[in-house]
Design a binder for this molecule. Structure first.
Ligand SMILES: O=C(O)CCC(=O)C(=O)O
Length: 192
């Protein structure tokens, strides 16, 4: 079992309402083949995708404040992933933790259908798997150190309904727009 993560069920109280708001009010982009994405705050340009700086939606800023209260850092970015169906996914990858503020990690708040995040020890040829079902309203916190030892992904789960993940980070600065597919060096999937 991998360490370096914390799962908090029911971190937010009305994930169904926030799912509706996010589907309808976020300017989703189709920069990734396997899912839709969007970014609020300063951009997290990664995995071959680039975003403009964007104002926070009030409902998502409220969640950022809850992350601040629980983990002691103020998110400067929320990268959002929209999986309209169970066919949508995110491949094996690690996140760029070089631009995270010291002693901060990544907080993932889930809306909609429960999907399973898998962790595997990247250096272990026998692949140590940890399966984390991420229920609506939950928060998964991953430390920066976990990114050094493990990759993560969400595989297709045919039949699943819509899901959105809100991934909060305190970036120290916005990386430059990506002009080449950096994800190919970071993992073996379309991560980010
Ligand atoms: O959708 C998720 O829960 C995972 C998102 C993720 O791995 C990422 O944005 O790097």
């Amino acid at each position: 079992m991998a360490t370096g993560w914390t799962y908090i069920p029911d971190f937010i109280s009305d994930p169904a309402e926030l799912l509706r708001t996010a589907i309808n009010e976020v300017a989703w982009t189709q920069q990734m083949r396997s899912r839709q994405t969007a970014s609020l705050g300063i951009p997290y340009n990664y995995a071959g995708a680039s975003y403009p700086e964007a104002p926070w939606l009030p409902a998502i800023w409220d969640v950022a404040l809850a992350v601040e209260a629980r983990f002691g850092f103020t998110p400067t970015n929320c990268l959002m992933n929209y999986y309209p169906t169970g066919e949508h996914s995110i491949g094996w990858h690690t996140d760029d933790v070089t631009i995270l503020a010291p002693d901060t990690g990544i907080a993932i708040v889930s809306l909609g259908e429960t999907r399973t995040l898998r962790l595997r020890a990247g250096v272990d040829p026998n692949f140590e798997y940890t399966h984390l079902p991420l229920a609506a309203g939950s928060l998964l916190y991953m430390t920066a150190d976990l990114q050094h030892t493990h990759k993560h992904c969400i595989k297709p789960e045919p039949g699943a309904g819509p899901r959105i993940s809100l991934t909060f980070r305190h970036l120290t600065h916005a990386p430059p727009p990506v002009t080449t597919a950096r994800w190919s060096r970071q993992g073996d999937g379309q991560g980010g």
